[in-house]
Design a protein. Structure first.
Length: 174
């Protein structure tokens, strides 16, 4: 048995859906799956300095309205997910909400994405949060070069064959 054959059999036994019978990466065929309403919510944070927090609260940052720009970037990121993630299906998104809150030590970001399609929108929600977080970092870096993205994770998904899932660990409590 070749190394590649062993790797392929191991992948199939482990349930890797993005690997074909030869071990090559593939996009899963979802043609036969039922179209259902699906949602996913993800979140993350950008840790920033007290100076950035003060300047966010007073709308006094050199690059302008950080939160509005990051919100638009997050929505745009969700819409472009299939262009960024090679095996992700292009989906028609029916709703994208990106919320940003200024906490005492960070900007908290939550994104909820909705569709009626054959596959879920977890990657779109994660991409929305990551893109919004990158935008926050870009817009505050002149004031805080140490701004750090952290905790980007899916916290809930609904729809599809597997139904509803919610993160239950302490890091994921809402």
């Amino acid at each position: 048995m070749t190394e590649r054959t062993e790797r392929t059999q191991g992948a199939r036994q482990g349930g890797f859906t993005h690997v074909d019978e030869t071990g090559a990466a593939r996009m899963v065929d979802v043609t036969g799956k039922e179209v259902t309403e699906r949602t996913a919510t993800a979140r993350g944070r950008v840790l920033v300095s007290p100076e950035v927090i003060a300047r966010l609260r007073s709308s006094d940052l050199p690059k302008g309205d950080v939160l509005a720009t990051a919100r638009i970037a997050g929505i745009s990121g969700a819409k472009r997910t299939a262009d960024l993630i090679p095996l992700c299906h292009p989906l028609g998104l029916h709703g994208v909400e990106v919320d940003l809150d200024v906490d005492d030590d960070a900007v908290s970001i939550t994104a909820t994405v909705r569709t009626a399609d054959r596959t879920g929108v977890e990657m779109e929600a994660l991409t929305a949060v990551a893109t919004a977080a990158l935008t926050v970092v870009d817009m505050v870096k002149a004031v805080d070069r140490a701004a750090t993205m952290t905790g980007i994770e899916v916290v809930e998904k609904t729809g599809g064959r597997s139904g509803t899932w919610r993160r239950t660990d302490s890091a994921g409590e809402s």
